[in-house]
Ligand binder design. Sequence first.
Ligand code: HEC
Length: 223
Amino acid sequence: MLKTLATLLLAALVLILIGAGVVYSGAVDVAADTPHSAPIRALLETARERSIAVRADDILVPDLSDAELIQSGAGNYDAMCAMCHLAPGVQSTELSNALNPAPPDLTDANRKHEPAHDFWTIKHGIKATGMPAWGQSMDDRYIWGLIALLEQLPALTPMDYQALVAASGGHQHGGGERAMQNHNPAPANTRPHDGERSVEQHHPAQPATPDLHRHADGTDHPH
Ligand code: HEC
């Protein structure tokens, strides 16, 4: 009995040492532009799905058909999510193309999801992916606004979507983020969007010149 135990412990130690050797040798490729092998991908996806399912179990979902809630999510989605998760009429962006894992297309009507799981994901983020923990800067009610918007997103035309964004009163968090406002300093002659708190000026109402952004190929384009 004792001998079997000692053999098992020794085998475990050898496996750990081999694992450490592989990691230390640099054989693990962390480049975002090389895909994971199928087994690693399956392992990571299962770990993510089970982790979220277990933790999102007791989340109570409010009425997501409330028009005001949907509208409140649109401005935030456009400002903070669309660059990765796309929007009606937007098929790809630099971030949606270059991140690994790729941000899921949240306009896709076939995306399998549950509102409580989406809420948990948005609030807490996902480690070692590009998905931030928005709960650090946004109150729950603003996250529910995003969830309400997500439920409608696949059915919205680009025009419907733009109209909702325009009507939503801009980008608001309501959480602890107020201390670090002004992501994009606005020119002096601009005013906040209607309904946006006066301290918030993320996006100039009328930029004098669009932000130009130079790429390695030498082309400029506005963002
Ligand atoms: C920098 C890019 C980035 C930004 C910005 C971002 N996300 Fe994500 N998000 C991701 C990535 C990458 C994943 C997938 C992670 C994975 O596969 O484990 C993800 C996953 C998700 C998921 C889970 C989707 C599914 O079907 O599994 C939801 C919901 C989500 N994000 C919502 C949002 C919302 C809402 C915002 C804006 C408040 C946002 N994300 C901002 C990159 C981003």
